[in-house]
Design a protein around this ligand. Structure first.
Ligand SMILES: NCc1[nH]cc(CCC(=O)O)c1CC(=O)O
Length: 315
């Protein structure tokens, strides 16, 4: 088995943290990782909201090309950024142990009051915008694209009172000191995959190396949860541009998986959600089943409206 592993990653500070985290684990196991930075469309197009770029794979496409050509052996992604269907010649080799899943509000104002009537929060996620419209209707949201450093600079410049971000990214960047509110995950249900790191490779990567990387990097309980959430997203047929949410959790004995998932309309008026439990062996069916229920209950209508609006924007 070859031991020199080329790890492909985006160049943002968060992405590099994740790649170094992987590299450290591989080094500790006696392998020889090398980090290769690859720029993606999502890193270059910063002037438009993500939902208008054509969100499928904006952070992954160039990395996937690198896997195909053998330029890199594995690609490291935030699991949340990985499209629900992977091209047939590639596979997701591992989902790393998930950390706290919540969205949080960060601010330079230690006493930031979410109830202040003039509250402005920065976010570019359709899910977060819709949830804020529903749960904090007095708040205004402002676009906050760019990497975490760019967003924090805009926050520092006073463009918003606070930013809504994933705890995981804030924590990995060591900005915990700016967290003023942890939004409850039962209400602000996170996006599919939030808080986990996904490892992708070409299907034809050397089998012994694949097995070793899986053994070193995969966290089976996280893998089950992510598979459940991703099955939901696949049936919803959306990338990160649709305001869907999904959070799976395992029972303490690891035998059953619970999925809380749904869809919210962009104006926050309609919230469709469902929570069900199934044996771990039926994780994929559980994800698909909840998605079917949500679509039948009016979710399809909401998605059609969203796609129509995107069309009106000339996309
Ligand atoms: N959409 C960008 C993105 N992709 C992954 C994370 C954070 C890390 C994670 O959720 O694993 C973020 C930033 C954010 O949502 O605040």
């Amino acid at each position: 088995m070859k031991t020199s592993i080329r790890i492909g990653t985006r160049g943002s500070k968060l992405a590099l943290w994740q790649a170094h985290h992987v590299a450290d684990l591989l080094t500790a196991a006696g392998l020889h990782p090398e980090i290769v930075i690859i720029t993606t469309k999502g890193d270059v197009v910063l002037d438009r909201a993500l939902d208008k770029i054509g969100s499928k794979g904006v952070f992954t496409e160039e990395l996937e090309d690198g896997l195909r050509t053998g330029h890199i052996d594995v690609a490291v992604h935030s699991a949340k950024d990985v499209q629900s269907t992977i091209p047939a010649d590639l596979e997701l080799l591992a989902f790393m142990e998930r950390e706290q899943v919540n969205d949080v509000v960060v601010s330079f104002d230690a006493d930031l009051d979410l109830q202040r009537p003039d509250l402005v929060l920065g976010t570019s996620s359709t899910r977060r915008k819709a949830m804020l419209r529903r749960f904090l209707p007095h708040a205004t949201t402002a676009e906050a694209r760019g990497n975490l450093q760019t967003r924090l600079r805009k926050l520092e410049e006073g463009q918003y009172h606070g930013l809504v971000l994933a705890y995981a990214g804030v924590h990995r960047m060591a900005y915990n000191g700016l967290i003023r509110h942890v939004l409850p995950e039962t209400q602000y249900v996170p996006a599919t995959g939030q808080g986990s790191v996904a490892i992708e490779c070409a299907r034809n990567l050397e089998p012994a190396l694949k097995a070793e990387l899986h053994r070193l990097l995969d966290h089976p309980p996280t893998h089950v949860c992510l598979a459940t959430e991703r099955a939901f997203l696949r049936t919803m047929e959306g990338g990160c541009s649709i305001p869907s949410f999904a959070l799976a959790t395992l029972s303490p004995d690891g035998q059953t998986v619970q999925l809380h998932a749904g869809l919210i309309s962009l104006d926050g008026q309609q919230l469709l959600e469902e929570t069900r439990t199934a044996p771990v062996a039926q994780a994929n069916q559980l994800g698909a089943e909840i998605a079917e229920i949500i679509l039948a209950r009016g979710g399809q209508q909401i998605l059609n409206e969203i796609r129509q609006q995107a069309g009106n924007d000339g996309e």
